[in-house]
Ligand binder design. Structure first.
Ligand code: KIV
Ligand code: ZN
Length: 511
């Protein structure tokens, strides 16, 4: 029987700590459901004491998402552990993840505590968590910069106190693969009761070594990896789930008798969902999930590929869920074929969602000669990621050129009201945004703007992602269209709708 590597996904906790990546409750649930389909073993849903939103997310994921174990993070403090236990109450399988820093630098400057006290707090934290759940994980934060002898002492004590998993974090991404692998080996050799626990690793990517360090640890005995989809996370991010999983799968010669139970064909879908919802665009040359990861440009490579795929491909695109078919549907396709194709792509939509999407598909099929799978995925993800369209774009006219002042005329619909205005700007996008500000009465400050083609060809769909500050809140908005100005306006309006939606929800809750 192959040995299993436990995949502990922390996209919704450490991943969501990435600057600007925050998700609302509905979005977190959507990601958690997809992680269950991907078949991760553990979903770390959040840090319940950190905010009411985190608490609600862990609570809702625990109640709704079946399959993976649900984990909640807690410092080694009673109030954190109690809050985590409360959030996890409804989970079929739960875990409290207790952490406490053990490195000299963290103990001296951050915690202002000596080794004895840290050891006592770690043990008490684990004992307290065990009162609520059978499954407790302990992380000595900044383990890679901790004195190995003290680290071994802490690990032994927390296992004795009831931790079933000991996670060794490279919190600041400082470790080097051989060194980190040796640290795991050191713990295996110096911690008497190590066989009673699973050794886990949690690597950050500050030097671009998070995946290499995680894999080196696996080769030296770690049996759980903590990672995030697309490698998102604090600063330079966390170890990327897809890279770890596909390396173990592709290099079986180096990982003999070891496998994960990830459904690799769901990797692309999961990656796109996370990218869409967080607004964190995946770089084109990103391993496994980047747009170019399976693209061959040079003539020599194309020639090799046509003769024998394995000349230039070490994995097949199908393994990670990329469809090999290019052309799928056109404007003459019917609703039935449309629904079937969406199903094959992993989208099981309700009939109302399907009706709305089919309308959008028809409009797109009129503009484009062919509609590719990527177009459908973009449409479906757009639909699923939507916040209610409080303001809807009805009409957009731009007058622009190198001798005229760019002017936009915009018509929006709000419930039954039709609102129209015009304004100028420094360019067509600025003019459209100024007009939207006038109509909605909101004043958005554009913090970031990115445009990319999400499908291929001259008639490709453009996707615009904006980060906008409205009042004191920074939100992400996304819009797609074959017209980049329209995509820009839709993205901006999506951000405004998001702010109004958040405000509306808060007003209802009386927050
Ligand atoms: O990076 C880190 O050390 C963490 C711990 C909470 C596991 O995220
Ligand atoms: Zn971390």
């Amino acid at each position: 029987m192959p040995e299993k590597i436990i995949v502990f996904d922390t996209t919704l906790r450490d991943g969501e700590q990435a600057p600007g990546a925050s998700l609302n409750l509905r979005e977190k649930l959507e990601v958690a459901h997809q992680l269950a389909i991907l078949n991760v073993d553990v979903i770390e849903g959040g840090f319940p004491i950190a905010s009411p939103d985190d608490f609600e997310a862990v609570k809702a994921i625990s109640a709704e998402v079946k399959g993976p174990r649900i984990a909640g993070l807690a410092r080694a403090l009673d109030k954190d552990i109690e809050k985590a236990a409360q959030a996890l109450e409804k989970a079929a399988l739960s875990r409290i993840h207790v952490f406490l820093a053990t490195s000299p630098i963290h103990m001296k400057y951050k915690l202002k505590k000596a080794e004895d006290e840290i050891l006592r707090m770690a043990v008490e934290g684990v004992r307290k968590a065990r009162k609520y759940v059978d499954d407790v994980e302990f992380s000595p934060e900044d383990a890679s910069r901790t004195e190995p002898t003290f680290l071994a002492k802490v690990v032994e004590a927390v296992i004795e106190a009831g931790a079933g998993t000991v996670n060794i974090p490279d919190t600041v991404g400082y470790a080097f693969p051989e060194e980190f692998g040796s640290l795991i080996l050191y713990l295996k050799e110096h911690v008497k009761n190590i066989a009673k626990a699973i050794i886990s690793v949690h690597c950050h990517n500050d030097l671009g070594l998070a995946v290499a360090n995680s894999l080196s640890a696996v080769r030296n005995g770690a049996r759980q990896v903590e990672c995030t989809v697309n490698g998102i996370g604090e600063r330079a991010g966390n170890a990327s789930l897809e890279e770890i999983v596909m390396t173990i799968k592709t290099r079986k010669d180096l990982f003999k008798g070891i496998e994960t139970k990830i459904n690799t064909q769901q990797i692309i879908k999961t990656s796109r969902l996370v990218s869409n919802l967080t607004g964190m665009v995946v770089q084109p040359n990103k391993a496994i999930v980047g747009e170019n990861a399976f693209a061959h440009e040079s003539g020599i490579h194309q020639d090799g590929m046509l003769k024998e795929r394995t000349t230039y491909e070490i994995m097949s695109p199908e393994e990670v869920g990329l469809s090999s078919s290019n052309l799928v549907l056109g404007k003459h396709s019917g609703r039935h074929a449309f629904r079937e194709r969406l199903k094959q792509l992993g989208f099981n939509l309700g009939s109302e969602e399907l009706d709305r999407l089919f309308e959008k598909f028809k409009i797109l099929a009129d503009k484009k000669k062919v509609v590719y799978d990527e177009d459908l995925v973009a449409l479906a993800e757009d639909e699923l990621a939507q916040v209610p369209e409080i303001f809807q774009l009805e009409y957009l006219h731009i007058s622009s050129g190198n001798t005229t002042v760019p002017t936009a005329t915009v018509r929006l619909k709000k419930e039954k009201d039709i609102l129209e205005d015009a304004a100028c700007g420094d360019g067509p996008v600025d003019a459209a945004y100024n007009t939207i500000d006038r109509i909605t009465g909101m004043k958005g400050k554009l913090m970031d703007y990115s445009l990319r083609a999400i499908t291929s060809g001259k008639d490709a769909q453009g996707e615009v992602v904006v980060k906008v500050q409205i009042d004191s809140r920074v939100v992400t908005g996304k819009g797609t269209s074959t017209d980049v100005i329209e995509a820009s306006a839709r993205a901006y309006l999506n951000a405004i709708n998001r702010v109004l939606y958040i405000k509306e929800k808060k007003d209802v809750k009386g927050v």
